[in-house]
Write a protein of this length. Structure first.
Length: 269
C-alpha cells in the first residue's frame, strides 16, 4: 500500500519491485516525499509468482533509470526467484537472469547487487548465489518441504499446549484448529509428550485430542512441534503431511496464541 511504501522510504529500506504498476507507485511516493529510494528490480525467470516479464524488462529499466536521473530512485540491484523444481530449470532461470542483468547494464544501470537464491538454492547451489542471498525460512530452522534433513538447521520455535482434560484413552490439550493447526492433520502425525511420541487423534475447534500415556495429568505439556521431545521435530514435518511448507504452519498460527521469546532464542539470535 502507498502508506507502507512511504514508511519504507522514510526508513531507508531497499524495495524489491516486481511489476510496472508497483514501480510507478514507488516512484510517485519518493517524489512526494522528496526522497531517493533504493530499488532492486525483479525479473520473472520462470517462477511466475511475480516479477517483470522479459518483454517489459527494458521498459522497466528505462523508466527506473529516468527516475534515477530525476533523483527519486537509485537502481541498485536486479533479482529473481528460482522455482527450484529441478537443477535444469534453475540453470535455465539463471541464463535468463544473466540476460536481464546484461540488458540492464547495457541500458546504463550501475548495479551494486545481483541476487537469485533464497534458502534452499543458497544452500544447495552456491554457484547461483550472486552478491546477495535471501535466506528466510532457514533462519528459523525450517527446511525445504520434501527436502533433505540438514543437521545445521535448528528449529527456533516450539508450539506447546497443556493437557486440559483426560478422557479414557485420550487427553485433550488446549489448542485447536482455530489456533492454526489444520484439521486435516487428525490421525496422521505424532506429537511430543512427557512419555514420548503419541498419536494426534483429532483436532477440534478449541482443543486437540492425543493418545494418552501412563501417568498423564492435567497441566502436562505437549509439544505439537519443536525440539525437545520425541514427536514432530519441526513445522516442516507437519507441513509435508498435508502437502504444504513449514512456513505456512508457522504463519497461520492465530494471533491469540501467546508468543514468548526465551533466553535461549535471544542468545542464539
Amino acid at each position: 500500500a502507498d502508506d507502507e511504501v512511504a514508511q519504507a522510504i522514510r526508513a531507508d529500506i531497499d524495495l524489491g519491485v516486481g511489476s510496472m504498476d508497483y514501480l510507478e507507485h514507488v516512484i510517485a511516493a519518493a517524489e512526494r516525499l522528496g526522497r531517493s529510494v533504493r530499488v532492486h528490480l525483479k525479473v520473472d525467470t520462470g517462477l511466475h509468482r511475480n516479477g517483470i516479464a522479459p518483454a517489459e524488462w527494458a521498459e522497466a529499466v528505462r523508466r527506473t533509470l529516468g527516475a534515477e536521473r530525476a533523483g527519486s530512485v537509485r537502481l541498485v540491484g536486479v533479482w529473481s526467484h528460482l522455482a527450484e523444481a529441478s537443477d535444469a530449470e534453475d540453470d535455465a532461470a539463471q541464463a535468463l537472469f544473466h540476460i536481464a542483468v546484461r540488458e540492464a547494464e547495457e541500458l546504463g544501470a550501475l548495479l551494486e547487487h545481483t541476487h537469485l537464491t533464497a534458502s534452499a538454492a543458497t544452500w544447495e547451489r552456491p554457484e547461483l548465489r550472486g552478491s546477495l542471498v535471501r535466506v528466510g525460512a532457514f533462519c528459523y530452522g525450517v527446511r525445504s518441504a520434501d527436502g533433505p534433513e540438514i543437521a545445521e538447521l535448528a528449529p527456533v520455535a516450539s508450539l506447546t499446549a497443556p493437557v486440559v482434560a483426560i478422557d479414557g484413552d485420550g487427553v485433550s490439550v488446549g489448542i485447536g484448529s482455530l489456533d492454526g493447526l489444520p484439521s486435516s492433520l487428525s490421525g496422521r502425525v505424532t506429537v511430543g509428550t512427557p512419555a514420548g511420541a503419541r498419536a494426534l487423534l483429532s483436532i477440534g475447534l478449541t482443543s486437540t485430542r492425543i493418545a494418552s500415556w501412563a501417568g498423564a495429568a492435567v497441566g502436562d505439556e505437549v509439544v505439537l512441534f519443536g525440539p525437545g521431545r520425541t514427536g514432530e521435530s519441526s513445522p516442516t514435518t507437519l507441513a509435508e503431511t498435508i502437502g504444504t511448507v513449514g512456513e505456512e504452519i508457522l504463519t497461520r498460527l492465530a494471533p491469540g496464541i501467546q508468543r514468548r521469546a526465551t533466553d535461549e532464542i535471544v542468545d542464539r539470535a
